[in-house]
Design a protein around this ligand. Sequence first.
Ligand code: 9MR
Length: 736
Amino acid sequence: MSLWERSRNVAVIGAAVLVGTGLAVPAQAAEVEQVVNGGFADGTAPFWANGGMTLALDDGRGCVDVPGGTANKWDAILGQNDIDLVAGENYRFAFDASGSAAKSVRAVVGLAVDPYDTYFEQSPVLGETQHYEWTFTAAASTAQGQVAFQLGGSPDPWRFCVDNVSLVGGVPPEVYEPDTGPRVRVNQVAYLPSGPKVATLVTGKTTPVAWRLADKSGRTRAEGQSKPRGVDVSSGENVHTIDFSAVKAKGTGFTLTADGETSRPFDITADAYAKLRTDALKFYYTQRSGIAIDEALRPGYGRPAGHVDVAPNQGDGNVPCQAGVCDYNLDVRGGWYDAGDHGKYVVNGGISVWELLNAYERTPGLRKVGLNIPESGNGTPDLLNEVRWELDFLLKMQVPAGKPYAGMAHHKIHDQNWTGLPLLPHLDPQPRELHPVSTAATLNLAATAAQAARIYSKYDRAFAQKALTAARTAYAAAKANPALLAPESDGVGGGAYNDAKVSDDFYWAAAELFLTTGEKQYSADVLASPEHTADVFGAGAFDWGNTAAAGRLDLALVPNRLPGLAKVKASVVAGADKYLAIQKQHPYGVPYAPANNSWDWGSNSIILNNMVVIAAAHELTGRDRYRDGVLTGLDYIFGRNALNISYVTGYGEVSSHNQHSRWYAKQLDPALPNPPVGTLAGGANSSIQDPYAQSKLTGCVGQFCYIDDIQSWSTNELTINWNAPLAWIAAYVAAL
Ligand code: 9MR
């Protein structure tokens, strides 16, 4: 019996005795080892290996030869079962490991039996033998726990060795301290020379402090006193604001000093946002499914086509429905992958298409922006070329004539089961399935196809006509099936995108059909919709699940003859005024104040979408305060925030670059790239649904609920619907 085994048994007996005598057991008694024979002193048992691997001793360590050619991390595991875990107890998980190649091991503490919950995971990239150690809090109690080293997913074979595997319970909790850098927080990219320039200082002081703006050469360009703002609800920290809007100088490498701290450097220039406009839009090409990504067009990002029926892909060329859902197969190749997963979802594709086409319609400058994509130079603006890739896919998701629910759209198509990371699209081995049709997806198709019909008609009449026909058919089908709701339970192998409320989608689709056709049947539905007179500008203006504001914005801004148009326009301005009022109160200048300071999943996109409403009010009124509101909101995204981070890859001194993705997975496999420059991270999410965020951020306040780690899918994913408002706002600012 090893020392660890003995201490484990002693502890169990000790606890029993204490309970028997009625004495209180201290919450964190002795530290107790849970792993048996973790040092491999007594051979390899009770460790086991699967996936055709033989676990054997090598120089006192446990080693396996990992086969190549498996798809998932869990296709090859070295593990130990019967681990006791107690909910709420803190554990230190440690081991020494090496890899013959720079491969990542997914080290997991979880449930050994179905549903194989993960309580903690880390995926370090291996090399020479190294010690790894973390602490976490167990989320559940079980006697069927497991410590597992998941080793699969590599195309080529390699060798893994591990030693001193340890899981000690009863340790003090680890306190995660994010590195937030200097306490003076600025837009690390650029303030506009003519725009507002405000920074936030984190300090314990409650009276004004002196600040100084220096240029690149260190020369003082402005000085003043900060304004104490008290404790900021969104971060829980005491803050001041520093307003240097009076400075109109242009240049690079400015810094702001206050309270003994100097900010990260920033520019004052009007130039930065044209590049962002292009980068944020170039994001979409490398999200494409069904086409090889050309290395010449995107150096470092070339890859084979995903899901085109080439093994190990099962392909999207002839996809059946889930069992019992339909009796036909559809060719649904193409489109964009939704996010870091390989799913394609009509409701999220819909809002993304709408917002990109809306940007095109609102900012004429976009017409000339080249995106370096295969279609570039074909005479059609590149933004329309790129969005067409998704539109063609959305049209393929419509049920063909003659089939049950003809004209409706399938809610989504994705893998039968979740896959692990990393996994390039063309290597995904999972069967693909169409999920049931839904009213929401059908109305997304109706809205975006109608919008496309008016925007593409100048470049491709046949396509515009086809899109309009599909939109009309979809709208009629949705009216005939008004309550086919995508359920929350349908979330295996892909996101649920459940949507229980569709009155907003009806309103939006009717609005787009009316704007494109001018027909009374659609304006009648717009006017009769309860959404038409409702205040649709809530904490967040719109997202994939709340689309009424999309309809309202277009009714207000696309020329039309709807009765009562003045009221429609006034409602948009009133919505923008609400966001400006929130922003004014906010010491970080954020036009977003969710109820109970509970930040939503993808909060960065919500903030940007609220800014789209503010920008619409700028177009409607021409008043500077709306333009200034958009510019100030942008500062938060680029580093004027509690974490001092720019949420856009490659922009600012310190930026998010480990977003959750199966193919931009450099953090797990050094041979893969980070997300492309111009990729927005989801951002602070108070609900921290993923185990990694939970292990670091439990108890976090608002803005602090974010971590730039590939495992944090609930705070740090990238998505097609989040880059859309980034592109929209960048295009707006670039055109100012
Ligand atoms: O962005 C989505 C968020 O609003 C939902 O609350 C969440 C749970 O359904 O899903 C998010 O979307 C994810 C989707 O389900 C799967 N692809 C990645 C998306 C971003 O995390």
